[in-house]
Design a binder for this molecule. Structure first.
Ligand code: SAM
Ligand code: SF4
Ligand code: F3S
Length: 457
């Protein structure tokens, strides 16, 4: 662990009693959000407080995502608009962290075209933040660290976004090199955290009152492959399930090529593990899956689904889908629609393929027009709407255990929460119930949520 003590005390001395405000915004996946919580943990140590309004910030940290081009464009748009803020407040420090910084052409573009940016912080260099911030506070025009320290996975204090739902990364990086995906290039190879560290973190969170623990990794099923047989993911689930307390365990993502019988057994045997699996299929066509380097066929994927549904026909499945992978034919796309109808996902996260430079798929010929890809996407969403409207009806008349999340934005006096199946549940209730488990009798179903009332007694 890098020793930041000297840099932190110097920053504190420079800042004095000012209690400066930091605006930290994370884009992309939950692993990135978790990094954002670590960035906040470091800033808190230095004396920063936090604001949701960039206009009143003394420090802005954008924790970026590179998975699709539109995610990057969005950040460039935001950074562009921050030039004005900097003109109004020249002491404002602007930092860019996260996956975009790990691509040299992007880091170069930031340095060349966005002079308002003071700090660039790489994905494996979060612990370099105090040193970089110190340089900026001393007046440096630009300071960057994109090296691979990777010394921040343990012992990092976090400022968690929620007091009842916690994300716990169990591994970093990815070895899979799906041909469309930038993640292995910007996050490096798989590194598993030590089981003892994960178990004690979860134990602490549960004793602090957390009700939902989300285990994170790009492919949690390969957790422990680098630990010399010390622990596998199903074993880790069983260990965490044995921790005393009333809480749920969730995890994502599971790569279908590694979704073993032992994993499914653990999910069904561990009563604290939620009744939901996010199992990204990406495409319904084995030929497209081959070109994506996913290393399973659609038949193998459907076998896993059958195994799950034979144990519990109502078990909830969600997935990720890519529409318009290079040279995806209409027939390939129809195969994707078939899988969506067959599996009856409770939710899908679908994306139009975005070309990422440096990946294998970026070199593949692609004759499908953007208009056609857009049309396919609309058709996919329409099919999913029909599936989920029909499928959500299975909950009517049942009682669901729900973790109350927030007040409903739509209906006064109503709350919203998620069931063990990861279904949104809306019900009438007092805001004092937020962060608690409640039993809700389901009376209605829409295509994005179910509604009900709290069970009496
Ligand atoms: N590791 C996870 C897995 O394999 O399921 C997913 C990680 S990725 C951050 C989330 C999703 O983004 C992927 O499942 C995929 O559907 C989508 N995605 C990744 N690269 C993409 C690209 N170049 N264009 C469109 N969607 C992409
Ligand atoms: Fe990307 Fe594939 Fe790794 Fe997921 S498993 S992060 S899609 S390369
Ligand atoms: Fe995006 Fe990086 Fe996550 S590319 S999806 S923030 S790992």
């Amino acid at each position: 662990m890098r020793d930041n003590t000297a840099a932190i005390s110097e920053i504190k001395a420079i800042l004095g009693d000012n209690k400066p405000k930091a605006y930290v915004r994370s884009f992309g996946c939950q692993l990135n959000t978790s990094d954002g919580e670590k960035i906040k943990g470091l800033l808190k140590k230095m004396g920063y407080t936090f604001t949701e309004d960039e206009h009143e910030a003394d420090l802005i940290m954008l924790n970026t995502c590179a998975v699709r081009e539109n995610a990057e464009d969005r950040v460039f748009g935001i950074v562009g608009s921050m030039k004005k803020l900097k003109e109004l407040k020249p002491s404002l420090i602007i930092g860019i962290a996260g996956c975009m910084t790990a691509q040299s052409h992007i880091a170069g573009k930031i340095k060349k075209s966005y002079p308002q940016v003071d700090i660039v912080l790489g994905t494996s260099a979060i612990s370099a933040l105090p040193a970089l911030l110190l340089e900026a506070l001393r007046g440096a025009k630009f300071s960057a660290d994109i090296s691979e320290y990777d010394d921040f996975s343990e012992a990092a204090e976090q400022v968690r976004e929620s007091s009842f739902k916690a994300s716990v990364p169990i591994m970093f990086g990815c070895n899979n090199f799906c041909t469309y995906c930038i993640v292995p290039y910007v996050r490096g190879r798989e590194r598993s955290r030590r089981p003892g560290d994960i178990i004690s973190e979860v134990r602490q969170l549960v004793s602090d009152g957390y009700k939902e623990i989300m285990l994170l990794g790009q492919n949690v099923n390969s957790y422990g492959n680098d630990l010399d047989g010390e622990m596998s993911f199903p074993q880790l689930l069983r260990e965490l399930n044995a921790i005393d307390g009333d809480f749920w365990i969730r995890f994502m993502s599971s790569h279908p090529k590694d979704a073993s019988k032992e994993l499914i057994d653990a999910v069904f045997r561990c009563e604290k593990v939620a009744k939901h699996l996010h199992l990204p299929v990406q495409s319904g066509s084995s030929e497209v899956l081959r070109r994506m380097n996913r290393r399973y066929t659609i038949e193998q994927y459907l076998e896993i689904v059958e195994d799950i549904r034979s144990r519990d026909p109502d078990f909830s499945l969600t997935t990720d889908l890519i529409v318009g992978f290079p040279d995806e034919t209409d027939e390939d796309f129809r195969a994707t629609l078939d899988v969506v109808r067959k599996v009856k996902y409770d939710n899908i996260y679908s994306f139009i393929y975005s070309k990422r430079s440096g990946t294998k798929a970026a070199e593949m010929p692609d004759s499908t027009s953007e208009e056609e890809k857009g049309r396919r996407m609309r058709e996919l969403l329409e099919v999913q709407r029909e599936v989920s409207t029909e499928h959500y009806r299975r909950f009517i008349g049942r009682t669901m255990r729900v973790l109350a999340d927030d007040v409903s934005k739509k209906k006064q006096g109503w709350l919203t929460g998620k069931s063990s199946e990861f279904i949104i549940v809306e019900f009438e209730g007092d805001s004092s119930l937020i962060g608690q488990f409640v039993d809700v009798e389901i009376t209605g179903a829409m295509n994005w949520a179910v509604t009900g009332k709290i069970k009496e007694g």
